[in-house]
Ligand binder design. Structure first.
Ligand code: COA
Length: 163
């Protein structure tokens, strides 16, 4: 059974992430989406709320060989502990490539057996920050995020009134 982890902040999960999960789920027997912490980023959405939304997105898209977990430690260590050999990341451009290679080199120190698999992102303009920025300026983001994520934006702006 070939398993892969797909870690990220997913704050929020976008259609770009979804397209990578779809492709990965066709190639690997199981894909584990890991919502992890990037120490340089402050989250907009609660991590457990995002986990629930991603699970709903997977169900709505009939992706049954993928699960979603929250992990607060090192992702390369998680892979080693669970005997997972592959790590998926999405690439939009050469800036992503340089950033990813830097993380890959660090992860290689932690877990030398972990192999990277890059997926080419279809829409190179989408990022989680870009979607948040558009929403902040009252632009329509429904083309960029699944409906379950759109609901989270709506909920957050209507409960905190601070979008
Ligand atoms: N579609 C849309 N957006 C994409 C994308 C795609 N196909 N591919 C990349 N991106 C964007 C994301 O939206 C995100 O945008 P943002 O910067 O505006 O938020 C950005 O590219 C990359 O973010 P993400 O994929 O969420 O990863 P990250 O860089 O925030 O986090 C972790 C990387 C969580 C995997 C890393 O911090 C980590 O592994 N943390 C756990 C601790 C650890 O193991 N540390 C050791 C590694 S140094």
């Amino acid at each position: 059974m070939t398993r892969a982890i797909y870690p990220g902040s997913f704050d929020p999960f976008t259609n770009g992430h979804l397209s990578i999960v779809k492709e990965a789920a066709e190639i690997f027997d199981e894909v584990i989406v890991i919502i992890a912490n990037n120490a340089d980023k402050k989250r907009m959405f609660a991590i457990d709320e995002m986990q629930k939304a991603i699970k709903e997105i997977l169900a709505a898209n009939d992706i049954s060989n993928c699960r979603v977990i929250i992990h607060n430690g090192l992702v390369a260590e998680y892979a080693a502990e669970n005997d997972i050999k592959y790590m998926i990341r999405g690439l939009r451009n050469n800036i992503d490539y340089n950033y990813e290679e830097d993380i890959a080199n660090k992860n290689h120190v932690i877990n030398p057996d972990l192999k990277y698999v890059y997926f080419r992102a279809e829409d190179t303009a989408i990022s989680s920050s870009f979607v948040k920025e558009l929403y902040k300026y009252n632009k329509n983001i429904s083309d960029f995020v699944p409906p379950e994520i759109f609901k989270l934006f709506w909920k957050q702006s209507h409960t905190t009134n601070s979008k």
